[in-house]
Design a binder for this molecule. Structure first.
Ligand SMILES: [Zn+2]
Length: 335
């Protein structure tokens, strides 16, 4: 066995420790390397319009350094091209908002605390989560990786004004009409490792096929990993394709040797608690955004203060923009 495999087994043994022993062991490991790696301070090295390196400082705009490009003659500020650009709010307001949001405040409460209106608070939430989605797209799982799907009824929450429901609405929290895993259920495919890294996305409706699992997990698990799943058949082919050592837990069983899928099951139940308990249900069209929120806020191992800093830095450094007016025009079922 190579060094990495030994380490993986150690991690699995660790997951079997008592909570007190885990805490004692973890005290020296609080950083989430993969997420921290991308949080670097913003350095302007090229024009944000044409990428020319020939630019000069050119006064200030709302207290932000402005630059003028000598090649394309356009001016820019640090925020150009990011979601922070031209929002007519200070970066302090954004930082405060991110703190409120990572503290799981409702949109109404975030709006009040930051002195912005509710529509703005709603748009900011999804712009920030879109950016977070980009950050989470770079996550690769290593070590012992558990994968499993979870299912939720399609929710058209917030859409009723714009279109007619294809079926009568469910009362919140009631079960979908058809029993079992029907095409009325949204399948969320998830992969997690034991270090607090996670990947989750809506993959399909009903039971997933190989191609559905591939959309979410292909290329996202490093080759030395041990892949632990239940007996659902497509995981077998997926692990072969990805050249992973596969531990398949037989149907009706909870473990195989020292391996289990308890961490991913835990991840699912905490996800449901958050969506129902805190957000009172979320529209399926925004579910992917709440999945990355769950990954980052609930599952990744770091303090909430560090997560705020990491997210603020990431947003400052990520070229991504989205018009507030387009947020609600997203497809009802994003697959
Ligand atoms: Zn330029």
């Amino acid at each position: 066995m190579g060094i990495t495999k030994d380490l993986d087994v150690l991690k699995q043994l660790f997951s079997n420790l008592s909570e007190a022993d885990k805490r004692a062991f973890l005290r020296s490991f609080t950083l989430n390397e993969n997420i921290r790696r991308i949080a670097t301070p913003k350095e302007i090295s090229h024009c944000l319009h044409c990428r020319s390196t020939h630019f000069v400082k050119n006064g200030k705009e709302n207290n932000n350094q402005r630059y003028l490009c000598r090649t394309c003659n356009k001016s820019f500020v640090e925020q150009t091209g990011t979601i922070l650009y031209k929002t007519h709010k200070s970066s302090d307001t954004w930082e405060k908002y991110i703190e409120c949001m990572l503290g799981k405040s409702s949109i109404r409460k975030c709006a009040k605390e930051c002195n912005i209106n509710i529509a703005t608070a709603f748009a900011w939430r999804h712009k920030i989560l879109d950016a977070l989605q980009k950050m989470m797209d770079t996550v690769e799982l290593d070590g012992i990786v558990q994968a499993d799907e979870t299912y939720t009824a399609i929710s058209y929450k917030g859409n009723h004004k714009h279109f007619k429901l294809p079926r009568p609405p469910h009362k919140r929290g009631t079960k979908a009409q058809k029993r079992g895993i029907s095409q009325e259920k949204v399948c969320v495919t998830c992969g997690i490792n034991l270090n607090g890294l996670s990947i989750a996305k809506i993959s399909n409706l009903g039971r997933p096929q190989l191609s559905d699992l591939q959309k979410v997990l292909q290329g996202r698990i490093t080759s030395e990993s041990i892949f632990v799943t239940d007996s659902l058949r497509p995981y077998q082919k997926l692990s072969l394709d990805m050249n992973l050592k596969h531990i398949r837990i037989d149907s009706g069983k909870r473990t195989k040797g020292v391996f289990n899928i308890q961490t991913v099951n835990n991840y699912h139940s905490r996800l449901k608690d958050m969506i129902i308990g805190i957000f009172k249900g979320v529209a399926t069209k925004y579910l992917n955004n709440y999945l990355v929120y769950h990954n980052f806020v609930n599952f990744s191992k770091d303090t909430i203060e560090n997560k705020c800093l990491i997210l603020i830095e990431f947003i400052r450094n990520t070229l991504y923009s989205c018009k507030s007016i387009d947020i609600s025009k997203r497809p009802c079922i994003p697959i």
